[in-house]
Design a protein around this ligand. Sequence first.
Ligand code: SF4
Ligand code: SF4
Length: 498
Amino acid sequence: MAKPDFEIPELKLDTEVPEVKEGTMAHSSPFIAKPEHQEPLNFPGELVDDWHDRAINKMGDLLGKYRSFQVYLDACVKCGACTDKCHYFLGTADPKNMPVGRQDLLRKVYRRYFTFAGKYFPWLVGAEDLTRETLDDWYSYYHQCSQCRRCSVFCPYGIDTAEISMAAREILDDIGMGQKYCNEIIAKVFKIGNNLGLPEPALADTLEGLEEDVLDDDGVEVKYPLDQKGADILLVTPSADFFAEPHVDGLIGYGKVFHEAGLSWTLSSHASEAANFGMFIGSYENMRNVSMRIREAALDLGVKRIVFGECGHAWRVAYSFLNTLAGPFDFLDPKYPVPQHILEVTHDLIQRDAIKLDPSANDDMILTFHDSCNVARATRMGPNPGGQFTIPREVIKASVNNFVDMAPETIHDSTFCCGGGGGLLTDDLMELRVKGAVPRMDALKRVIEEDGVTHMAAICAICKSQFTKVLPYYGMGMDMIVSVHQLVSNAIVLGAKQ
Ligand code: SF4
Ligand code: SF4
């Protein structure tokens, strides 16, 4: 780990609300997209000359298109309930990282151009012209929001800063001021099929390697099929699952579950990516284009079901929008939900006693579980409310003997973001990522000290990558973070049900 050029916060067992320090993160700003990242997404290559008018027009479009956007800008009563709820404020003390402070960057411009009072008496209602300085503030601070929605849980009006931040990024893209990390990745998905730019032969090689590894380790021929026409299940999983630790251990686990349950499945080289960064930049057009690959792959391969692997925001896009974006999916088997989460599949098999797990295989670990924000606050799993909290825990508890939850105010729908969500998982935002992880690190430190926790499981590719990178900054091992299906993979008894 390179020596950071910023101060690493000291961990406490309970996160403390910091004294406000104006402008501490004003310098934090991700790399701006170049024309080659912008143009494949139909955005201007660079900042347009008439950015001011174009930004105001775009804001007007969005206000007409998304009713919630205007309601959120109008409804805030400045009650202050959200001020200490954002991990980025708790980790940086910058008041523009308070959810209401972040919203106000856009609200003051909205009031100036779209409300009667703001047009005629701007000084009375905090309305301000859109200036180049404000534009730079938008770019900086709307890329310090991971769109985790924690603040909306505590706002008495349910104001969702994530939606405001998506709208701000949509305006910025429209005037040619996009973020390199997100837009480059989306362009890669269009060109090659996945975020990492892994072409089909590399994918096939990787999967063959996994088959050999499982055969060596377990003595069983578990298949990891690619582009297999006529398979029942299409598995769409984040591309990190194909090679990075601990993600790949999760993919090994999915394959073992399918094998043991006798389910026929395949991955697709056309839809070799579950992630959909179109959501992070607030672009429904790009979100739809990315989603359509899944529909095309399902039709081409003739599958009956679509199952998503462990990825938080992919599950949010799938659960909340896939049918609208790329449906109808009336060609799939109506017996199964569209889409389905891999945890729902594994949980159902455990409940029906269709797979056997030996939790003692994980006795070298004491586990806790990090609820990923997109799963926790924007989706569900299974038929019952709260299934997104119970199903992962039930699968973990069936796979391990030692499990402890972190403090209640840091889990379930109060969970803290890992610090790298919402398109911020890039090295040019390392300071933000390390500081934004503070509340989760504090809660983890507590269960390490009080309960001897050794590992933390997660079901999101971004959380896993973020923790792998950030844990060492706090003196913890990067291998503390594990995939939930890695635990299943360790515990599953292959051949027990055949
Ligand atoms: S959505 Fe999450 S990151 Fe954004 S302001 Fe709210 S709490 Fe902070
Ligand atoms: S909790 Fe809601 S109403 Fe209160 S200040 Fe925050 S955004 Fe405004």
